[in-house]
Design a binder for this molecule. Sequence first.
Ligand SMILES: *[C@@H]1O[C@H](CO)[C@@H](O)[C@H](O)[C@H]1NC(C)=O
Ligand SMILES: *[C@@H]1O[C@H](CO)[C@@H](O)[C@H](O)[C@H]1NC(C)=O
Ligand SMILES: *[C@@H]1O[C@H](CO)[C@@H](O)[C@H](O)[C@H]1NC(C)=O
Ligand SMILES: *[C@@H]1O[C@H](CO)[C@@H](O)[C@H](O)[C@H]1NC(C)=O
Ligand SMILES: *[C@@H]1O[C@H](CO)[C@@H](O)[C@H](O)[C@H]1NC(C)=O
Length: 418
Amino acid sequence: MLHCFQVPLAILLLALSITSSHAFRKYRHPKIKSSVYLSPKFVLDQGSVVDKYYYNIDFPRGHIAIKGFNAEVVDEAGHPVPLHETYLHHWALGRFHQRLNATNPEQDYIFVRNSGICQNNSVGQYYGLGSETRGTNTDVPDPFGIEVGNPTDIPAGYEERWLLNVHAIDTRGVEDKLGCTECRCDLYNVSKDEYGRPLRPDYIGGLRCCYDHAQCRLREVSEGAKRNLYMRYTVKWIDWDEFIVPVKIYILDVTDTWKQLGNSTGQSSEHECHVEYDVESCSASGMADNRCTDSKRISLVFPTGGYIVYGVAHQHSGGIGSTLYGEDGRVLCFSIPTYGQGKEAGNEAGYIVGMSTCYPQPGSVKINVGETLILESNYSSAQRHTGVMGLFYILVAEQLPKPRLSLRVPIAKQVNKV
Ligand SMILES: *[C@@H]1O[C@H](CO)[C@@H](O)[C@H](O)[C@H]1NC(C)=O
Ligand SMILES: *[C@@H]1O[C@H](CO)[C@@H](O)[C@H](O)[C@H]1NC(C)=O
Ligand SMILES: *[C@@H]1O[C@H](CO)[C@@H](O)[C@H](O)[C@H]1NC(C)=O
Ligand SMILES: *[C@@H]1O[C@H](CO)[C@@H](O)[C@H](O)[C@H]1NC(C)=O
Ligand SMILES: *[C@@H]1O[C@H](CO)[C@@H](O)[C@H](O)[C@H]1NC(C)=O
């Protein structure tokens, strides 16, 4: 399935008549292509969990700039499935280089992580969201793009491929929907992880308890509840050209126990991102006067510098917002969840159905090289939460587009090319 969008000519002409360089940039990338694909099928029954890794998924090929990526769970008829039936804990899109001709393709590949900054391949995805996916804008603004598929980046004898991780929990008929979505170990009757390693006694909930094939406790069992589901994902992209300004992807994690080693360039530092954390109930901690907000903060040195062109946080139910600050306390970007109010897919009551994003005017929000950033993630602590997240995804341009208006060929000639 593939359809292409083209900005209508009338709108282009209108934009050009405003003669701002901004309109000009829009003109240069009129052809954002958009493809819709289905993941392989997965099967969920009441209370069951899938945590699948699909290697070599369908994806646009060639040297391109990714302009957006969205995904949702659909059933066999293609209907969106609401979160109170299938909770989409997360999905993540990863890039890798597969050795062609490999005897063991599952091992013979090189993961190509994003630009940082967690340890090793941790949170190395290019895109990734959870329940909020239907209501969250992931578009990369013009004239920026995430460059992939550049033949000079792919080692000889390798091919660029994409990996989709889907983690979903079927909460139909379960005793405690929130508890199952927060992966509470008691509800999964789990005391060892997926690999049989005993969990720490204080590990009461999180991903280690809701692995592939885990089963959450049911209130009622009804026969024939198994169903076939798919991730339907939409990739927006444009063919690479010299006017696209590349952006780097950084994912910051509020659980990063970051240590600086040696000097202050940020190069010699060690990160350890735990990805998940727990929020204690304010009544339990005797902090009830504090408006029952759990505010977690870390500071970390940003390894490079540049201009933020897009930002969004990822939080779980209970989240009330996340802010990224600069060293001097200025707000670089904040992101706030929207909770649904109904039953239908995209508006499910009690679930985060969207995160606000920021699109600073390019050039207006700068991170200095080696600047110390502060990341803050707030949750309501009116009740306890396990396995919550506080990630912040930013796209950073190391340079700004050069104004080219005066250098261009006459407008009329360009319009003819459309
Ligand atoms: C691919 O595999 C074939 C047979 O297994 C071998 O002869 C050939 O050299 C391999 N090519 C590369 C590039 O490894
Ligand atoms: C990163 O990976 C290396 C090699 O697998 C491992 O030795 C090291 O402990 C990892 N670092 C962290 C912080 O997990
Ligand atoms: C929970 O797990 C234990 C040990 O793995 C098992 O003996 C018990 O039957 C399980 N309980 C339920 C309700 O599945
Ligand atoms: C700081 O660390 C960087 C990277 O490890 C190194 O290149 C630089 O020389 C160090 N500077 C000082 C003053 O030690
Ligand atoms: C997070 O909580 C802190 C402390 O209560 C507050 O100062 C800050 O404004 C909150 N930020 C967001 C985004 O909710």
